[in-house]
Write a protein that binds this ligand. Structure first.
Ligand code: MLT
Length: 231
């Protein structure tokens, strides 16, 4: 599923939902857990985020790639490479990623993925042997390249392991895009709109980190509306 607004068209049965926001929300979540965050409460709107702030939570907010004024942090993966959140619960709202996670919340099992935890996610899905629905966060309900390629990497792996693609050409398209991009994500994604947006904001380090596969084996897992580290 290429964007959250299409989710209900694809959601059937009891699939595991894998939410992807390579640049940068789900990548940042992996890093946050890697550096000791205990829990992440994903919220969709700034209003909800403000409510949590009033309750005394540590709250991060990003819109259009920038930290929203009045909030403590955004969703920079490299920004979470610190022990200052160790053992803490944080609240996060981002332009697309947290909204996608909340859209998927009706599913029993929701995990978050990016290139940074790709092998761990693939291994987990292989072990589960269940239907899988990949939800790309996209950009404001539109298709984006990096989430699709990452989703295609998962499709490619599961097909090689004997899974069947259901009756949706989107999975086939994602797989083909991944196959074209896999030897050079960085070069292939030069034309990605969000990569260009982040580059203008001088966030090259975040881009570089987010496009590097298998930096961590952490899998963020949604439990009763809150993300925790699987296992
Ligand atoms: C999002 O949720 O849309 C992204 O994480 C945006 C960003 O890179 O800050």
């Amino acid at each position: 599923c290429f964007s959250p607004d299409r989710f209900d068209l694809y959601y059937q049965g009891q699939p595991i939902v894998v939410v992807i926001d390579v640049l940068r929300a789900t990548t940042a979540m992996c890093v946050a857990f890697e550096y000791g965050v205990e829990k992440i409460i994903p919220v969709s709107s700034l209003e909800e985020a403000i409510e949590y702030q009033r309750m005394g939570f540590l709250v991060g907010a990003e819109r259009n790639g920038k930290i929203v004024d009045g909030f403590d942090f955004g969703n920079s993966p490299t920004g979470f490479m610190t022990d200052k959140f160790n053992g803490k619960t944080i609240v996060l709202t981002t332009t697309n990623g947290t909204r996608a996670i909340n859209t998927a919340n009706k599913a029993e099992t929701v995990i978050a993925a990016g290139f940074v935890n790709l092998d761990a996610v693939n291994q987990y899905l292989k072990e589960q042997q269940r239907d899988t629905l990949i939800l790309c966060s996209g950009w404001k309900d539109r298709f984006n390249l990096e989430d699709t390629i990452c989703g295609g990497a998962i499709v490619d792996y599961l097909v090689a392991e004997g899974s069947h693609i259901s009756d949706h050409d989107s999975s086939v398209a994602a797989k083909y895009l991944y196959q074209s991009a896999k030897t050079n994500y960085f070069g292939f994604l030069k034309s990605s709109s969000h990569r260009r947006r982040l580059k203008k904001l001088n966030l090259q380090e975040d881009i570089k980190y987010s496009l590097t596969p298998n930096k961590t084996s952490v899998i963020p897992f949604l439990k009763e509306g809150e993300l925790i580290k699987l296992g």
